[in-house]
Design a protein around this ligand. Structure first.
Ligand SMILES: *Cc1c(COP(=O)(O)O)cnc(C)c1O
Length: 381
């Protein structure tokens, strides 16, 4: 089956008891047993739910792997992955990381005895240099947030494998439509389903995808023990959102490309970060591992001050100022004061995250309307 068919059909069957073509919302906390232990595969909804099962089968098919587990949030999924480790274990990760991931690593797990090394993963030598005999996990995020650097998944995964470490890829920015890290050697794919996969900014959810049954069982055990499971209504909404994932991603990429070029030629704009530019340092790797370049763009203003960034942000109307990304509607964010405020300024600026950096999640609206909206705001700067 091709991707466009899988989003509609993989793991999805009409309900056997009624013929309902859409997966029902099984809004139940528990399931009747005929006698102790004699049940239909479902005991308690923290452990299993039929609506969630269908979504998990669909997601595994989209990531071209054997298993998927859905979590209440992306952070819930990340939490479960790190709980595979024990005190003394070390993780090598990128220094240009989603702010919430950086926070859970440094504020929650470091005090519990797990060590994290943040390196520039676009330079494979830095990954090798950070590996020690205690390295048990390599945590990759690409394209990175918000600098849109590209990490070579295949090469980074090979380094991790050689060291005997588990390789995890946060694939949120690409979605399974643009990139399938398991095919490139990753052991676990993490998604914030909240973003492109659901795509309608009305659900928070996370997911993990993997090939190994042993890993699936360990993660399901952690999930059932710790409790970060999603509700059936949210699973239904995500199943509905997924049906148009390919169409949405195509339009995000088309619009993204036009906006990236528009910004690059604009006199008020400084740098534009988008992996589709030939001169982007990760362009060749992006071409190799992604189907297209996505709808995420970051840029700075020539007048690189907090004030001019705020003026811009107050004057867009279609691009709404909000956290999050990947929805059908266009969003604009200011990483230094929003998503990445938990990262110290010095550390931020080392990776290019300056005060005037603005991040766009380009939606699927009419492209002329989007350009006009940006133009009006840029004129105010
Ligand atoms: C949003 C996001 C997360 C966290 O997911 P939630 O669903 O918000 O908990 C993790 N990684 C990336 C790249 C994200 O964008």
């Amino acid at each position: 089956m091709h991707f466009e068919t899988k989003v509609l059909h993989a793991g999805i069957e009409p309900d056997p008891s009624t013929g309902a073509i859409m997966t029902p919302i099984f809004q139940t906390s528990t399931y009747v047993q005929a006698s102790p232990g004699d049940h239909k595969g479902y005991e308690y909804a923290r452990t299993q739910n039929p609506t969630r099962d269908v979504l998990q089968k669909n997601l595994a098919a989209l990531e071209q792997c054997n298993h998927a587990l859905c979590f209440s949030t992306g952070m819930g999924a990340i939490d479960a992955v790190v709980k595979l480790l024990k005190p003394g274990d070390e993780v090598v990760s990128t220094n240009d990381l989603y702010g919430g991931t950086y926070r859970i690593f440094t504020k929650i797990f470091e005090p519990l005895g797990i060590r994290f090394h943040f390196v520039d993963m676009t330079d494979l030598k830095q990954i090798e240099a950070a590996i020690t005999p205690s390295t048990k996990m390599i945590w990759i995020e690409t394209p990175t947030n918000p600098m849109l650097n590209i990490i070579d998944i295949e090469k980074a995964a090979a380094i991790g494998k050689k060291a005997g470490a588990m390789v995890v890829v946060d694939n949120t920015f690409s979605s399974p439509y643009l990139q399938n890290p398991i095919l490139l050697g990753a052991d676990i794919i993490m998604h914030s389903v909240t973003k492109y996969i659901n795509g309608h900014s009305d659900v928070v959810m996370g997911a993990l995808c993997m090939n190994s049954l042993e890993l699936r069982e360990r993660l399901a055990f952690i999930q059932n023990s710790c409790g970060a499971t999603p509700g059936p209504q949210d699973c239904f909404l995500v199943l509905r959102g997924i049906k148009t994932l390919h169409l949405r991603m195509q339009r995000h990429c088309e619009n993204g490309k036009i906006i990236a070029h528009y910004l690059k030629n604009h006199p008020k704009v400084g740098k534009v970060y988008w992996p589709g530019f030939e001169e982007h340092t990760g362009h060749e790797i992006a071409k190799k591992q992604m189907k297209d370049f996505g709808g995420m763009i970051s840029f700075t203003l020539k007048n690189d001050t907090l004030e001019s960034a705020f003026t811009f942000l107050r004057n867009t109307h279609l691009f709404s100022l909000a956290e999050s990304l990947g929805g059908v509607e266009s969003l604009v964010g200011h990483p230094a004061s929003m998503t990445h405020a938990s990262i110290p300024k010095e550390q931020r600026e080392k990776s290019g995250l300056v005060d005037s950096l603005i991040r766009l999640s380009v939606g699927i609206e009419n492209i002329e309307d989007l350009k006009n909206d940006l133009e009006k705001a840029l004129q105010m700067v």
